[in-house]
Every structure is written in C-alpha cells, then in structure tokens.
Design a protein around this ligand. Sequence first.
Ligand code: S3P
Length: 172
Amino acid sequence: ATQFRLHKTVVLVGMMGAGKTAVGRALAARLGVPFLDSDTEIESAANMTIPEIFARDGEAFFRSKESQIIGRLLDEERGILSTGGGAFLAEGNRKMISDRGASVWLKADLDVLWNRVKHKDTRPLLRTADPYATLRDLYEARVPIYEQSDLVADSDGETAIEDMVDRVIAAL
Ligand code: S3P
C-alpha cells in the first residue's frame, strides 16, 4: 500500500452499524497508516467488554473513559480512528477531534443500520423492549450532531467496504 503521511488523524463518526470499524480498518490498510479504535482500547484498558462496562459501571463511566481514550489516541499518533457511535455527541470530544483531527461521518439510512445491528447483542443501549424504536430515537437525535462533522461519506445499503473506503478518500 502507498504510505500516506497524515497531517491529522481521520476520525470516523456515526451511528452503530455505520461500519466505522470495518471501514476504518480497511481505510488504514489502504493508506498504510495505523488503525485505532476507541471501543477496543476501552475494552482492553478495562479488561471487560462494553456490555460488561455498562452493566457494572454505567454509561457515565463509559463516557468518561471514552473521552480519556480519544484524547490519548489523538495525542499518540496519527492514523484512522474509529469511535463509538456516541463519541461525537459530547461537546468536549467534538472540540478535541476538531482541534487535532478531521471528522468523517459515515452516513447510512436507519433501515441499513437496523439490518446490521439487529442480530447482535454487543450494544447495551439497544437492550430495550423495542430496540428498533430505540435505534430510531438515537438516530433522530444524533443526525443533527453528526452533521457538524468536517466531511461526510454516504453509504447506501449496497455499498461494499472497499467502496466506502473510496468514498472516504474522495471526501478527504
Ligand atoms: C454506542 C456505540 C457503540 C459503543 C457503545 C455506545 C453509542 O459503538 O461505543 O455501545 O452510544 O452509539 P459502535 O458505534 O461501534 O457500535
């Protein structure tokens, strides 16, 4: 792969199921730069899974760890950073990201997101009586915030990972 020298970390934001991790990993491989993932870093620092962290310590604790880790990852090295779906919501996180990185919103329709997340049990926020309604409510509340990202890469339901990588590179 061509070695790129990034001037800023590229931070992927967007809803659960948007493909932040899969696209981020493939994008980093394509550019020959480090791949960083805030959820994975939180899990390995805590030696627990995200559902375990939410169950034991609560969402507020998770959010404070998430901010810490994003700050540390932005300091450490430049690469592609995939974040959890809630990471861009906190104003402090948005400020860190815009000061030290460039944010790219992986945009996808609600039905596409739902099809990707509905069979998985890894998202504590969707452990509700009506997970579809929960996802829809999160989506509606969050879209106006994701719109504040620097760049957007739009996926339709059919867009393959490598095509999303092309779209992100085109947006950059
Ligand atoms: C969350 C998304 C998850 C994870 C946590 C909370 C959210 O990451 O950070 O369960 O608030 O949307 P993914 O977007 O990778 O699923």
